[in-house]
Design a protein. Structure first.
Lengths: 112, 876
């Protein structure tokens, strides 16, 4: 089956957009990803990734309401498209099937 | 608030590089981030991070532009232009009064400026048409005191400098001497005094004066040859084909034939050398042998200096030649006349001559010009143009209230500010273009008057000159920009929300408009005062008691009138009862020097008269007596002096004092003191004057007193007698009082010019004021309606509407009066006899300005005040 491949970072951004459910925009995404993954993420990387995802058709966007802290500028709010959701699901399925075929699954580390 | 803003320059950078479709979200995110960091980390860190974050966005995705969703309309799209033009024309057509005021004002201003450019171009183009142009110089000289201070500048030279410098200075490749004289010429059966110019034979190889016929190289070789202008040829021979024909000029008692060897085209208008009759200059051998002729100075000498020569070096060489050649005579003259200074020869570029004040183009050269005249003219023209531009700015801004809606709508449907600026500038260009075309028509009408005022022969065809046309185009551009730029900037800045809600109020303070009105009226009042002052001074000059009676005095020129001829003339003339008396006098202005009180030298006017002169002019003698036939020794021993002479000499008892003409070894005794009178123009102080009857001084003019109202009969008689007695002399007459008036021609010109200037400025200022008053009345229609309903009278409404403007006009006096007072005092100080500037002039100016302004504004106000309030209140 043919599908567009997502980079690891793109996948995380796409997932986070899905998680934020319509409230996803640059700053919120940055904060969410930093919080969830603990990695240092920069605004420009998020913007670049969103740009690529939109080009690939995984997300769509519309302009939101302006806020004062943004100097009266509007947010661009992203939502995941059907195609994006399917892609995420497919990735998930591939991972699950691969995990299930693992004969000797790793034991989770429970103690030091 | 400012502290919580991210760094401005970082924002600017982002706005510049970021693709427009991403800018809003990116900038928004960055700002949001910044606001948060500001609370957490403080201003410094937040600012720093902002910069870093902005710079991180310099990446391909952020730089890449998306194709615009809507085609961007070029600022200069033809469709918009069409729309601008249509709107502009509709606007012009709808506000006829406004358009007319602007166009008329601007065209008057433009035509004034264009005329002055024409004038200035003509002034600076003088003498530039010669093929040898940059290499032609005039030999001039200056006298220095022993201390090396310049005492006098001398534009003229004698017979020597030309040939001697040519011989001794290799860089001087040619010379030509040029002078003017009057010769009696036969014109049919009449004898006419004709102005004749003399020049060395190479005249035509140095100066470029094309000949219609004749060979320019040989035309002046034969001493009996003459080159004439086409006019003279036409007049004498009825054709310009006059080569080889003969003209007769008088030498002593005979008329000698001169052969026409060339017919020259009329000398160009912008030439300092203008000749009708040109003859070869003949310098006798004995004149060239007399070395003292270095000090006889009476003509112009021009030289050609080889291109690239160092002028200073050439001048130094000239002076070496002079000092070497004239060594002996310098000593002799110094001894004879007690001269202590020395003479230094200099070169003056031929093209500088026309506008030079110190070394003017005179003595056979024509059209010498005073550069101040150009400055004043240019000043007035600029005043007028400035006032017209002010009108434009004021009216456009004031009227913009009406167009505020249009501007609002344009902005709402996406008109950019640049587009609006282009639109309004375009309108100003359109108006200026119409004004410009009208101005050309005005120039055509005004040229004759202007020529008379400026003493020129300019024609509209002079306009077709590359430089001048370029100048006019620049003038047009500058005027359009000047008058259109400010309104365009203001109008395009309106906030569409305000204008469309009609909450727009332009009546605010409006300092600019007010100060411009003040400026206009300052200029106008300044010119009114100037013309009043010049007018009174002119009246003073022309009506002041001269100290003698110049009424009914006829002046007849007769050169070298001998004593017996004078007596014969007197006898013959007095046979007619209309002739009251006659008095001969020397011709021209004589001046000389003599010693008094032993060694003191005094300069004075030297008048050769006889005993009938003073009585004829009714000049009183204060002490002593007049010349008298009863004292036959008067002509060789007695002189009369005027009061100034006595004052200068310091004589307590003038009668019997001795005046010593030491260089001629003659001594005279003062026998009478004459009351001071203005024998020269009133622009000169009365100088010491001395009257003599010395027999060897020739008479040159005859004054004839006739009975009042007998001019025709008397003149006929005088002419008959003159022609009978002196058949070989040209006859011409003048009236002394008219000649006296002619001395004030330049003042008369100033008067006219100032008057024109004042009228134009006040006119343009007033139409501007009229426009403003109209707009203000229109704006306040409702207010006036309500006031009237509540019982206001017409008078109070008129007062309400006019007071504002009249206040501005009055304010302008504060600026105009001191400036005018200062300028006029400066001008008057040129005159030894002058009026003092009176308070009445300022009062009159104030009265004139306020009255005119009041009528201008008042007319509008009355109209507004008499409208039925029902109408003005009903209209929505």
């Amino acid at each position: 089956m043919k599908r567009t491949y997502l980079g690891e970072f793109e996948e995380i951004v796409l997932l986070t957009v899905a998680v934020l459910e319509g409230q996803a925009y640059g700053v919120a995404l940055t904060h969410e990803i930093i919080e969830q993954t603990g990695r240092s993420v920069r605004l420009n990387q998020i913007h670049a990734a969103l740009q690529r995802l939109e080009d690939k058709g995984m997300v769509k966007s519309e302009m939101g309401e302006p806020t004062a802290e943004r100097g009266g500028r509007r947010k661009r709010l992203f939502t995941v498209t059907a195609y994006g959701r399917r892609t995420l699901q497919e990735i998930q399925e591939v991972r699950v099937s691969l995990w299930s075929r693992l004969v000797n699954p790793f034991k989770p580390v429970t103690s030091l | 608030m400012n502290a919580s803003q991210p760094p401005r320059w970082a924002d600017r950078l982002l706005e510049w590089f970021c693709a427009p479709h991403l800018l809003e979200e990116v900038q928004g995110d960055l700002h949001e981030r910044f606001t948060r960091e500001l609370h957490v980390m403080g201003t410094r860190r937040a600012n720093h991070n902002y910069w870093v974050n902005v710079l991180r966005f310099v990446r391909p995705f952020a730089l890449k532009r998306q194709p615009e969703r809507y085609p961007s309309v070029s600022l200069f799209s033809p469709a918009m232009f069409q729309n601008y033009l249509k709107i502009a024309l509709r606007n012009l057509a709808r506000n006829k009064a406004y358009s007319a005021i602007n166009i008329i004002g601007l065209s008057i201003g433009l035509s004034a400026a264009m005329l002055i450019m024409l004038y200035t171009k003509d002034e600076v183009s003088y003498d530039r048409f010669h093929a040898n142009n940059p290499s032609i110089y005039r030999i001039t000289s200056k006298s220095l005191t022993p201390a090396g201070i310049v005492e006098q500048l001398q534009p003229y030279t004698g017979v020597f400098p030309g040939p001697k410098f040519h011989e001794g200075v290799p860089e001087i490749t040619a010379f030509v001497r040029y002078r003017e004289n009057h010769r009696d010429m036969k014109e049919g059966n009449d004898i006419k005094s004709q102005s004749v110019h003399y020049a060395d034979t190479n005249f035509f190889s140095i100066f470029t004066f094309p000949l219609l016929s004749g060979n320019p190289k040989t035309a002046l070789q034969n001493p009996q040859s003459v080159v004439i202008s086409e006019d003279v040829a036409e007049k004498n021979f009825g054709t310009t084909n006059a080569l080889g024909k003969t003209l007769f000029f008088r030498r002593d008692e005979r008329f000698e034939p001169y052969t026409v060897t060339g017919v020259a085209k009329k000398s160009p208008q912008n030439s300092s050398i203008k000749f009708d009759v040109l003859m070869p200059l003949v310098i006798e051998a004995d004149e060239m042998a007399n070395n003292e002729n270095w000090f006889s100075v009476f003509m112009n000498t021009f030289v050609l200096v080889s291109p690239g020569a160092n002028l200073k070096a050439v001048e130094a060489k000239m002076n070496r030649v002079y000092v070497a050649d004239a060594r002996e005579s310098i000593k002799i003259v110094a001894k004879k006349y007690g001269i202590t200074g020395r003479t230094v020869y200099t070169l003056q570029p031929f093209t500088d001559m026309h506008l030079s004040k110190e070394l003017p183009a005179s003595n056979g050269l024509v059209d010498e010009s005073n550069p101040t005249f150009s400055y004043i003219l240019s000043g007035i023209a600029l005043f007028i143009l400035l006032i017209a531009c002010i009108n434009f700015v004021n009216l456009t801004v004031a009227r913009s209230l009406k167009r505020a809606k249009e501007i609002g709508v344009r902005k709402v449907v996406g008109g950019a500010r640049t587009q609006l600026i282009i639109q309004f500038l375009g309108e100003s260009f359109l108006l200026c273009l119409v004004a410009f075309l009208l101005a050309i028509g005005l120039i055509e009408l005004a040229l004759p008057t202007f020529n008379q005022l400026a003493n020129k022969a300019l024609a509209l065809s002079y306009l077709f000159d590359v430089k001048l046309v370029a100048g006019y185009i620049i003038l047009f551009m500058v005027t359009s920009l000047l008058s259109g730029f400010y309104p365009a900037l203001i109008l395009s800045g309106y906030n569409p929300v305000q204008t469309l809600y009609s909450r727009f109020n332009l009546s605010g303070k409006n300092y600019l408009q007010k100060s411009l009105v003040v400026l206009q009226f300052t200029l106008a009042s300044f010119l009114i005062i100037a013309s009043l002052t010049i007018y009174s001074q002119f009246n003073f000059l022309t009506s002041k008691e001269l100290g003698y009676d110049d009424k009914n005095l006829v002046i007849i020129d007769k050169s070298n009138l001998a004593r017996n001829e004078a007596n014969l003339l007197k006898e013959e003339l007095e046979k007619n009862g209309n002739i009251i008396g006659i008095a001969p006098k020397n011709g021209g202005r004589w001046g000389t020097v003599a010693k008094i009180n032993g060694e003191t030298q005094v300069n004075f006017a030297y008048e050769t008269v006889n005993e009938s002169y003073l009585p004829l002019f009714k000049i009183p003698i204060l002490t002593g007596r007049n010349f008298s036939p009863a004292y036959p020794s008067d002509s060789s021993h007695s002189v009369l002096v005027n009061e100034t002479f006595v004052k200068e000499a310091g004589w307590k008892n003038p009668i019997g004092q001795v005046v010593d003409f030491w260089f001629r070894n003659e001594k005279y005794t003062v026998v009478g003191v004459v009351k001071d009178h203005h024998y020269e123009s009133l622009s000169e102080k009365i100088k010491p004057q001395l009257f003599t009857m010395k027999a060897s001084n020739p008479y040159g003019v005859v004054y004839i007193k006739i009975k009042p109202n007998t001019e025709t009969a008397s003149l006929r008689h005088i002419e008959k007698v003159f022609k009978k007695l002196f058949p070989l002399n040209p006859y011409s007459y003048q009236f002394l009082d008219q000649e006296n008036l002619k001395r004030y021609e330049s003042e008369a010109k100033w008067k006219q010019m100032m008057l024109f200037g004042a009228i134009l400025t006040i006119f343009i200022s007033c139409i501007g004021l009229f426009g403003l008053a109209t707009l203000s009345a229109e704006r306040r229609t409702k207010e006036i309606g309500i006031r009237k309903v509540l019982g206001a009278s017409v008078g109070s409404v008129v007062q309400l509407l006019s007071t504002d403007f009249l206040k501005l006009v009055s304010l302008s006096f504060i600026f105009a009066f001191p400036a005018a007072w200062y300028a006029m005092n400066e001008w008057l100080s040129n005159y030894p006899y002058r009026i003092s500037i009176g308070v009445w002039m300022f009062l009159a100016t104030a009265f004139i300005a306020i009255t005119i302004a009041f009528f201008t504004v008042g007319w509008q106000s009355v109209r507004a005040a008499t409208i039925n309030p029902v109408k003005s209140l009903k209209a929505e």
